[in-house]
Design a protein around this ligand. Structure first.
Ligand SMILES: [Zn+2]
Length: 280
């Protein structure tokens, strides 16, 4: 689990940093302090929704990048749910607090199924999530564009494949597909596993250990998140946003027992504040 780090404390601050992709998901408070000298590394911040614990680190990050000693002109793109008032309020706050400063930030509104290109071979694809209220909320998946041998040629001898390629060119043999390298639900009820099938890493809301504690359908239970990970066949599932009502000394063993019993094949971790806890 070297690719991601972050912070997750429900109603306080939530963010996740995917270092190899230079991608931040959400921007809770304290983000720029935790990143330290890495504040200039992010190329894209993808915001899942406008709740304060997901966006209030954004003005600090943007201002620190602009005013601290470092790559002050480095462009930053903020991808966010089109029309989300919490994100738009942060954009306005920056403009009002620093009215004589231009920030090298591009704000890109997206809707469900919208895509933003991340370099040559990857796209950031947004998907709709259920997190209550009337504001738009999104999850994101990083899809990598790859090529593979068409199924009809699988198992044929290598020599035959080479001959076919010589005759018809590689396009006759190969097909393009997209592999989910990383996905993040933000705060959400359980998502459709088909959206993240085969993901290398999935970060999923897991607020409630006990479904009876859920009063409104805006967050997933740990059991629901584990089932999404199992059904999607993810390589690694990271649970986040576990409610602070649960005493960790009892909650972590209970969660480990759930993981052991759920049939999830891959790794499983909990992002709890700044700690990534192995649940295996
Ligand atoms: Zn929220």
């Amino acid at each position: 689990m070297r690719d991601i780090s972050g912070f997750s404390r429900a109603m306080f601050s939530n963010w996740c940093w995917h270092e190899p992709f230079e991608l931040l998901i959400d921007a809770g408070e304290g983000l720029q302090l935790a990143l330290g000298q890495k504040i200039w590394a992010p190329e894209v911040v993808a915001i899942t929704h406008g709740h304060s614990d997901h966006v209030l680190g954004l003005p600090g990050l943007i201002a620190s990048r602009r005013f601290a000693k470092g790559a002050q002109e480095k462009p930053l793109t903020v991808v966010f749910p089109d029309g989300n008032s919490g994100v738009l309020a942060v954009r306005d706050l920056l403009a009002r607090m620093w009215s004589f400063t231009e920030f090298p930030v591009t704000w890109v509104p997206v809707r469900a199924e919208g895509e933003f290109r991340l370099g040559k071979t990857r796209v950031l694809r947004a998907f709709a999530t259920a997190h209550g209220g009337s504001e738009p909320t999104l999850g994101y998946a990083v899809l990598e564009e790859r090529r593979r041998l068409k199924a009809e040629f699988a198992g044929r001898p290598e020599r035959e494949i080479r001959d076919l390629a010589r005759q018809g060119g590689s396009d006759a043999l190969m097909e393009a597909y997209r592999h989910v390298r990383f996905a993040h639900t933000g705060d959400a009820m359980p998502i459709d596993p088909a959206l993240v099938a085969g993901a290398d890493i999935l970060v999923h809301d897991a607020t409630f250990l006990d479904g009876d504690d859920r009063k409104r359908d805006i967050h997933a239970t740990t059991a629901e998140a584990l089932e999404v990970g199992r059904a999607a066949g993810v390589g690694c599932l990271v649970l986040h946003h576990l409610s602070i009502r649960y005493d960790r000394a009892a909650a972590i063993p209970a969660l480990r027992a759930q993981v052991a019993a759920c049939g999830l094949a891959g790794g499983c971790w909990l992002l709890d504040e700044a700690r990534l806890i192995n649940l295996r």
